[in-house]
Write a protein that binds this ligand. Structure first.
Ligand code: SAM
Length: 324
């Protein structure tokens, strides 16, 4: 099967996630739908084929100088409601209870944390990121959409996720493939060990991953969103080290552009490698939640179920749930 799956992601549809494809109906507890992070879709790298809008830009439209890249990032690749719904469903299914405490790793503007405290009045979260600027941006932004009481249940920590020590939580979550920043098995294991140590006895570690044969190609993918175009640019792939260099650019109807708004210098870990590292870090079991296929299109249907077998599609996104 060659179709692309991945309804969520950095780019778009079952290719690299953009968590946009929501609307999965009432998934059974076993399924858990949600789309994680974002990924690019398949298409050969033809950068010159930019789709500049044929429409004449109007006053008030987005352009490179009036846009905030972080806001565009949130609009383009994040779906905190879907992620929180996925976590709730999986936790209830596996542990037969509702999770309450969370640690959001690589939290950036901590959109997931904001959603977590909105869901239930006793939910609390520790949101961790290395970068004080993005945490401060998140504080300003979340303050517009959450009450003071909700915000009081979010603890922000500027730290390396591999070094953080804090109270144990029900769930450690890391989305949008951020742990791909760790490039050696030793670094990956060290991070996974830290996440495991942060969990209560029946706690779950929930992460995502992307892949597919197009992930190993130099190419870019565009997605037209509300007033701007999101571009996922796989600029470099090294098949010897499995290192990849990806950028996000934003383009606007007036022809302006924010180039390299975000850059990701990653190692593209395979699901098998990730599960081996989880086992080495002491997790008792890990399960891959693979996205189902939309019959008509052959693409992803937004419903993620536990699976031991996937199809070799062009692009996919999956969740991995590890049990402490
Ligand atoms: C891809 S972005 C955030 C992704 C966000 N969780 C999402 O779902 O879209 C990655 C973030 O990880 C942070 N980061 C990178 N290495 C880190 C580390 N070792 N510890 C904590 N944060 C780190 C960066 O500062 C950045 O804000």
């Amino acid at each position: 099967m060659t179709a692309r799956k991945s309804s969520r992601s950095r780019s778009s549809s079952r290719t690299r996630g953009t968590k946009e494809s929501a609307a999965r109906g009432p998934a059974s507890d076993a399924e858990s739908s949600a789309e994680p992070g974002g990924k690019p879709a398949a298409r050969n790298k033809r950068r010159s084929r930019r789709r500049r809008s044929e429409r004449k830009p109007r006053r008030g439209w987005r352009n490179a100088s009036n846009s905030d890249p972080r806001e565009l990032y949130e609009l383009a690749v994040q779906s905190p409601e879907l992620e929180a719904t996925f976590i709730d469903r999986v936790f209830r299914k596996i542990r037969n209870r509702t999770p309450r405490t969370m640690r959001e790793d690589f939290a950036a503007s901590f959109a997931l944390a904001g959603e977590w405290v909105r869901r239930r009045p006793r939910n609390t979260v520790v949101a961790i990121d290395l970068d004080p600027e993005v945490l401060a941006w998140g504080q300003r932004h979340r303050a517009n959409e959450r009450s003071a009481e909700e915000l009081s249940r979010i603890r922000l920590v500027q730290s390396d996720v591999s070094r953080f020590r804090g109270p144990r939580v029900d769930v450690v979550a890391a989305f949008n493939f951020s742990y791909f920043v760790f490039k050696t098995p030793a670094q990956l294991r060290r991070y996974f060990e830290n996440a495991r140590r942060s969990l209560v006895r029946d706690g779950l570690f929930v992460i995502d991953a992307y892949g597919g044969y197009e992930s190993w190609s130099v190419m870019d993918e565009e997605r037209n969103l509300d007033g701007f175009t999101y571009v996922w640019d796989q600029a470099m792939v090294n098949p010897i080290s499995n290192e990849v260099l990806n950028h996000i650019h934003f383009r606007f109807p007036d022809g302006s552009e924010i180039k390299r708004a975000f850059t990701y210098d990653w190692r593209l870990w395979t699901l098998a490698e990730i599960r081996e590292a989880l086992a080495a870090a002491g997790f008792r079991r890990s399960t891959v939640y693979w996205e189902g296929t939309e019959r008509k299109t052959g693409g992803g249907n937004g419903v993620f179920r536990p699976s031991d077998r996937g199809e070799p599609c062009a692009g996919w996104i999956a969740y991995i749930v590890a049990e402490r």
